[in-house]
Design a protein around this ligand. Structure first.
Ligand SMILES: Cc1ncc(COP(=O)(O)O)c(C=O)c1O
Length: 409
């Protein structure tokens, strides 16, 4: 990245960030490296354009190109998830998408049911610190503390008791596929709508690598920047019945002008995700994660749920005399970016935790293969067992040099 003469201070920082990304490995399950084409669209002239409203019905003039860009993003989104009737590509983020959907479907003071944060749920599923936990009466279901797996009987019990307008299926830290058919059945028993939040596995679901909520969920929300490998942003898919309410809830309900440059970048990413190359990528993300989980288990680590169906592996560190926060810190010194994570039944606080969550979406974008995963598993085990992370730095650097980030180097 070049230093822009107009602002060496800021562009110097951007160059430092590019350098950091190139010379460390992101194992953060919610991160990825988007393509140069996606970045180019993010930085395009559309950042200057106001386009309040929707294609064909804007509150500003000069939206001819913006209309075509937004329609292209919508069409491609629906091609990625065939069976949904409508795509709203304007949500600024995953959280704004969920807020808009809950406001439309649960309504002020409505009742919602989602997964507990401590079990792997997301803040925007009714956690007290989120607006969603203040605006709606939220109840939560957990996972089995031993197996780490969702207990659908418990979901049913919570839903029957709370009788929500909206049941949320989806998580930030659940490595397994969710049974959307069963969740639909549970929602139907109380006449609730089903929101599937597939922020994490979106790219894997779009590629057919994981089961899809389409056909079961009334509304599907996701982020576009995780396994979908697009720009930072949100995407909402709806049935025909929910379309109008959801669109109104996004704009004018919760947002003003859409970020047209981000929408252009979403269109690029959706186009990329429709290609056979992306399908191969998504398959490799899963194979890499499964291999990483196996290697870690072989070396004696406890893997939450015993493995993974997705891009994500959660490691339970209890009994190892090290916390998630310790491993996160050691990782930074070694050049591995990891995040600490609660494990089911975690006795420690979210700032400390007894676990780590790692993901293969970003390393697989760099072309890392099974051998690279074997090496990463050895590095993780060393980080956990030996508090000398600097000694591991040269091994991390060798991987970074062998697998440069496309478009960054
Ligand atoms: C399940 C889930 N929903 C929503 C979000 C929120 O996305 P954003 O950070 O774009 O608001 C996340 C982000 O991690 C997530 O994991």
């Amino acid at each position: 990245m070049s230093h822009h003469p107009s602002d060496p201070e800021l562009f110097g920082l951007l160059a430092r960030e590019a350098d950091r990304q190139a010379n460390t490995i992101s194992l953060i399950a919610s991160e990825n490296h988007c393509s140069a084409a996606v970045r180019e669209a993010c930085a395009s002239v559309l950042t200057d354009k106001y386009a309040e409203g929707y294609p064909g019905a804007r509150y500003y003039g000069g939206c001819e190109v913006a209309d075509q860009v937004e329609r292209l993003a919508q069409e491609r989104a629906l091609q990625l998830f065939p069976g949904m009737a409508h795509a709203n590509v304007q949500a600024h983020s995953g959280t704004s998408a969920n807020l808009a959907v809950l406001e439309a479907l649960a309504g002020r003071g409505g009742r919602i049911v989602g997964m507990k944060l401590s079990a792997g749920g997301h803040l925007s599923h009714g956690y007290p610190m989120s607006h969603t936990g203040k605006l709606y009466a939220a109840e939560h279901y957990g996972v089995d503390p031993e197996s780490g797996l969702l207990r659908y009987d418990e979901v049913r019990e919570v839903v029957q008791r709370h009788r929500p307008q909206v049941v949320i299926a989806g998580a930030s830290s659940y490595p397994r596929a969710i049974d959307f058919a069963t969740m639909r059945g549970i929602a139907d028993e109380v006449g609730a709508l089903l929101l599937a939040d597939i922020a994490h596995p979106a790219g894997l679901i779009a590629s057919g690598e994981m089961p899809s909520p389409v056909g079961y969920a009334d509304v599907v929300t996701m982020t576009t920047h995780k396994t979908l490998r697009g720009p930072r942003g949100g995407l909402i898919l709806t049935t025909a019945d929910c379309q109008k309410k959801i669109d109104g809830s996004v704009f004018p309900g919760g947002q003003g002008g859409p970020l047209m440059h981000q929408i252009a970048a979403k269109a690029v990413a959706f186009g990329e995700a429709l290609t056979p190359a992306f399908r191969s990528y998504a398959a490799a993300v899963r194979t890499n994660a499964a291999h990483l989980a196996e290697c870690l288990a072989e070396q004696g680590l406890k893997i939450v749920t015993g493995g993974t169906d997705s891009h994500m592996v959660v490691v339970d560190l209890r009994g190892l005399d090290v916390t998630g926060a310790d491993v996160e810190k050691r990782g930074l010194a070694a050049g591995l970016t990891i995040n600490k994570n609660m494990v089911p039944g975690d006795p420690l606080s979210p700032r400390v935790t007894s676990g780590i969550r790692v993901g293969t979406a970003a390393p697989t974008t760099r072309g890392m293969d099974l051998d690279a995963m074997t090496e990463i598993s050895a590095l993780l085990v060393a980080l956990i067992r030996e508090p000398d992370p600097e000694a591991l730095r040269p091994r991390v650097q060798r991987l970074c040099d062998a697998f440069p980030i496309p478009g960054i180097g």
